[in-house]
Write a protein that binds this ligand. Structure first.
Ligand code: PRX
Length: 687
C-alpha cells in the first residue's frame, strides 16, 4: 500500500528555543508494507490475533499478570499494581524474586551445558569464548561470594561498573543482582569525570573496571580512567574505597598504571579464594531496585533511572519473547553496548531470563573490515540480530556488498535508538536480511525498561520509517502543546505520551522524586491531586505522529536532548563543560544532520571581552568536551561567533543556530532581540 504523500502538520516545540531535533522524520513519505516470511510467522512466540483485545485498556492492569508469570517467584505477589500514590507505581507488590536466579539458576536443570553468553574479542585471531549456563553460575556465585565476604557488600548498596564489552561485565551485574546490590553501569567510553559524577550521585564506594581492552584495532588502557575517577570523586568529597580490576587477559596485568595499595584489587587473583563458593540468592521484593542507569535530560546533571527487580525483569522478559521472538534455541546478537539500557535489557536480562544464547562483542562492528559482523553471524549461527540505524548506515557505507558474501540466516532483525530513514531500512531488509526476514523498529527509552512501540512481528506488517503501534499493553496518545488530544490516526504531529503505567517503567529518579514528576508527568497531568492513574499520562519527550493505519512515526526529541548515533546527550551538559574553558562567555549546542550518526553536535561560542578567537581556543573546547563527557560528544565544529541570537528575554535561540548549521531557513527572526546577528553568523559558517 502506498498511502501517498500527506501533509503532516507539526506543532511540537513550536515555541521552544531548543534544538528542534523533532524534525527528523517529518518529511518522509508513507511507505509500502513488507510482510514477514511465512516461515517466521509459523514459528513465532506470539501469534494470537486476539492479543490486542486481551491487552486493551479496559483490561488494564490485569493483563500484566501474564508478564509476571514468565518469571520464577519465591513468593507470589498479593497486589498486581498499587497505583495509590501516582505517579509512583508499584508492581507485583508483596512478591519476592531474584533476577540472578531467573537469569541463571532456573536454566541449570534443562540446559546447563548450553552457551549463555559468547564473548567475541575484537582481534579476530583471538578465540571466541562460550560461557555455559553452568560456568556462568559458577562465576556469578564466586564473585558474589567475594562481594559479600571480601567487601562486605549487602542488599541496597551501590556498585559502579565502568567496563568494556566483556563477559565479566555481565557476570558482575548478575553477582550484584544475586546479593540485591544495586548496580550502576557507566558506559565504558564515558570519561572519568562522567564516571565520578555518577559515583558521587549514587553514593557508591566500589568501582569495578578492567585493565584495558581493544577498540578499533587499538589497545585502550582503561585503568587510567579508574585512577582519574577516584581523583575526581575525591575532589567532590567522595571516597572510593575499592577499585576492582579484571584483567582482559587473566594472569597478565596489561595497564601501565600501577596498583594503588589498599584500594586496587585484581579480581582474577582474589577469586581463587572463593573457588566453588555458592551464594543463596537474596529474596528481593518486586520493587527493590535492581539497577540505576544514568541518562541525559534537559538540565545539566544526568539523572539515574531507578529500575525495579520484578516489574523490570518481567517486562524485558515478555518483550524479548514477544517482540524479539527469542527462544531458548536461538543465538541472539545485539550490537549495543551493555553500558546503555538496550544492552541491559536486551543483551543481559531479557535473553538470559529466556535461557537463550546472547553475544557480547568487544569492539567496533567494522573492525577489521565491514564484513566482520556477517562473519560472526555465520560462525556462531546467529539468527536474531539487533542494532541501531547508525551502525546500519556505517556498515552500508563501508561495505555495501559484504552481507552477500556470507550465508548466515536471520529470522528477525531489530532497529532501535533513532529514526531510521526508509532507504536505510530497505538496505537492512534487502541486503542484510536478504529479503527474507522480519524486522522490528522498536521505540523506547532508558526510563522505560523495554519497548513502547513496535510491530508484533508475526501479526502486523512492517513499514519502513515507522515504529508501529503500541506494543501489547501500551496505549499511546498524542497531545498538542495545549494539552488537547491530537485526533488519533490523523497524521498530525504532537507530543507522544503513554496513557497507562507499565511494569518496565522506572520507579523514579534516584534521590530526586520531584524531578521525576516534573520531567515525565507535570506537562500533561491535569490534576496533580488525582489518585487515578488515568490522569497521569507519561510524557516521553518525543514528537510523533500516527498514520491512519495506527502506526506511529517518531519525529525525535522535543527537549534539549540530542541523540547522537542513538546516544542521548543533554545540550546543557555539553554547554556547561564548554563554559569551563577560559575566555568563553557563552555556548550553545545544536544538532547538525550527519549522514552516518543521524545528528552530531556543533557548538556556537562567544568569547569574553578582550579574548581573541584562536584555533587553540577551538581545540580547548573540543578537548574539554571529550574530557568531561567522552568522545561520543565530540563536536563536528566549534564556531567562534560575535554574539548568539537571543529572544528579548535573553534566551538563546538554538533553533536559529540549528537552521544555520543545517542550511535551512531560520524562519521568522524578527522577534529576536538581535536579528542582525543571524546573517553575521551565517557568513562565518559559510566561509
Ligand atoms: O528520541 C527517541 C530515540 O531515543 C530516545 C531514547 O534514548 P535512550 O534513552 O538513550 O534509549 C535508547 C534506546 C532505547 C527516544 O526518546 N529513539 C529510541 N528508539 C527510537 C527512537 N527514535 C526513533 N525510532 C526509534 N525506534
Amino acid at each position: 500500500m502506498v498511502a501517498g504523500e500527506r501533509r503532516i502538520s507539526i506543532v511540537v516545540a513550536s515555541e521552544n528555543e531548543g534544538t528542534q531535533a523533532a524534525e527528523i522524520a517529518v518529511h518522509w513519505q508513507e511507505e509500502e508494507y513488507y510482510h514477514a516470511p511465512p516461515s517466521f510467522v509459523e514459528q513465532a512466540n506470539l501469534k494470537d490475533p486476539q492479543i490486542f483485545e486481551r491487552y486493551s485498556i479496559e483490561h488494564f492492569p490485569d493483563y500484566y499478570k501474564e508478564f509476571g508469570e514468565m518469571l520464577d517467584w519465591y513468593k507470589p505477589w498479593d497486589t498486581l499494581l498499587d497505583s495509590s500514590n501516582p505517579p509512583f507505581w508499584r508492581w507485583f507488590v508483596g512478591g519476592e524474586l531474584n533476577a540472578s536466579f531467573n537469569c541463571v539458576d532456573r536454566h541449570l536443570d534443562a540446559c546447563k551445558n548450553k552457551a549463555a553468553l559468547y564473548f567475541v574479542p575484537e582481534p579476530e585471531k583471538e578465540p571466541i569464548i562460550a560461557l555455559t549456563y553452568q560456568e556462568l553460575s559458577v562465576q556469578v556465585n564466586e564473585l558474589a561470594a567475594y562481594f559479600r565476604d571480601g567487601l562486605n557488600l549487602k542488599r541496597g548498596d551501590r556498585v559502579t561498573i565502568h567496563m568494556p564489552m566483556v563477559l565479566e561485565l555481565a557476570v558482575t551485574m548478575l553477582a550484584c543482582a544475586r546479593l540485591g546490590v544495586i548496580h550502576s553501569v557507566v558506559f565504558g567510553g564515558f570519561s572519568a569525570q562522567a564516571c565520578a559524577d555518577r559515583m558521587v550521585d549514587s553514593d557508591s564506594s566500589v568501582l569495578v573496571t578492567m585493565d584495558g581492552y581493544w577498540r578499533d584495532g587499538k589497545w585502550l588502557d582503561h585503568k587510567e580512567k579508574a585512577d582519574e575517577t577516584v581523583r575526581a570523586a575525591g575532589k567532590a568529597g567522595h571516597a572510593v574505597r575499592a577499585v576492582l580490576i579484571f584483567e582482559r587477559y587473566p594472569g597478565e596485568y596489561r595497564s601501565s598504571f600501577g596498583l594503588v595499595e589498599n584500594r586496587d584489587i585484581i579480581v582474577n587473583d582474589i577469586l581463587s579464594q572463593y573457588t566453588g563458593e555458592r551464594v543463596e540468592p537474596e529474596h528481593m521484593a518486586a520493587d527493590d531496585t535492581l539497577f540505576l542507569m544514568y541518562t541525559s535530560g534537559s538540565t545539566g546533571k544526568p539523572k539515574a533511572a531507578q529500575h525495579s527487580t520484578g516489574g523490570y525483569l518481567s517486562y524485558v522478559t515478555a518483550m524479548s519473547k514477544w517482540i524479539l521472538d527469542i527462544k531458548p534455541t536461538d543465538v541472539y546478537w545485539c550490537m549495543a553496548d551493555i553500558g546503555w539500557i538496550t544492552g541491559h535489557s536486551f543483551i543481559v536480562y531479557g535473553p538470559l531470563a529466556l535461557g537463550a544464547s546472547s553475544i557480547i562483542y568487544e569492539g567496533v562492528p567494522s573492525c577489521p573490515d565491514a564484513g566482520r559482523p556477517w562473519r560472526v553471524a555465520k560462525r556462531l549461527g546467529v539468527n536474531i540480530f539487533h542494532t541501531s540505524p547508525t551502525a546500519i548506515r556505517s556498515l552500508r557505507k563501508l561495505g555495501p556488498e559484504e552481507p552477500a558474501k556470507y550465508d548466515y540466516d536471520f529470522k528477525l532483525m531489530v532497529t532501535v535508538g533513532e529514526p531510521i530513514e526508509p532507504d536505510v531500512w530497505r538496505w537492512y531488509y534487502n541486503t542484510v536480511g536478504k529479503g527474507n526476514v522480519a524486522i522490528v523498529d522498536t521505540w523506547w527509552q532508558t526510563e522505560n525498561g523495554g519497548f513502547l512501540c513496535s510491530t508484533v512481528p508475526a501479526l502486523a506488517p512492517m513499514k519502513p520509517g515507522s515504529t508501529g503501534p503500541g506494543v501489547p499493553g501500551i496505549h499511546p496518545v498524542i497531545y498538542d502543546e495545549d494539552g488537547n488530544v491530537v485526533p488519533p490516526k490523523s497524521g498530525k504531529g504532537g507530543n507522544i505520551c503513554i496513557r497507562n503505567p507499565w511494569p518496565g517503567l522506572m520507579m523514579g529518579i534516584w534521590g530526586d522524586p520531584d524531578r521525576y514528576i516534573a520531567t515525565y508527568y507535570q506537562r500533561y497531568c491535569k490534576d496533580p491531586e488525582s489518585k487515578d492513574w488515568q490522569d497521569w499520562p507519561y510524557f516521553a519527550g518525543d514528537g510523533a505522529m500516527q498514520a491512519p493505519d495506527g502506526y506511529y512515526r517518531i519525529l525525535g526529541r522535543i527537549d534539549d536532548v540530542i541523540n547522537v548515533a542513538g546516544h542521548r546527550l543533554g545540550t546543557k551538559e555539553i554547554e556547561s563543560a564548554v563554559l569551563e574553558v577560559k575566555g568563553v562567555a557563552e555556548a550553545a549546542v545544536i544538532a547538525a544532520a550527519d549522514a552516518i550518526k543521524g545528528v552530531i553536535p556543533e557548538i556556537y561560542v562567544t568569547l569574553q571581552p578582550g579574548v581573541a578567537p584562536s584555533d587553540q581556543l577551538q581545540r580547548s573546547v573540543v578537548d574539554i568536551i571529550v574530557r568531561d563527557i567522552g568522545p561520543i560528544a565530540r563536536p563536528r565544529k566549534v564556531w567562534l561567533v560575535p554574539d548568539l541570537p537571543k529572544t528579548r528575554s535573553g534566551k538563546i535561540m538554538r533553533r536559529v543556530l540549528a537552521s544555520i548549521s543545517n542550511q535551512k531557513d531560520p524562519g521568522d527572526i524578527t522577534s529576536l532581540a538581535n536579528p542582525e546577528i543571524v546573517e553575521a553568523i551565517r557568513r562565518t559558517v559559510s566561509e
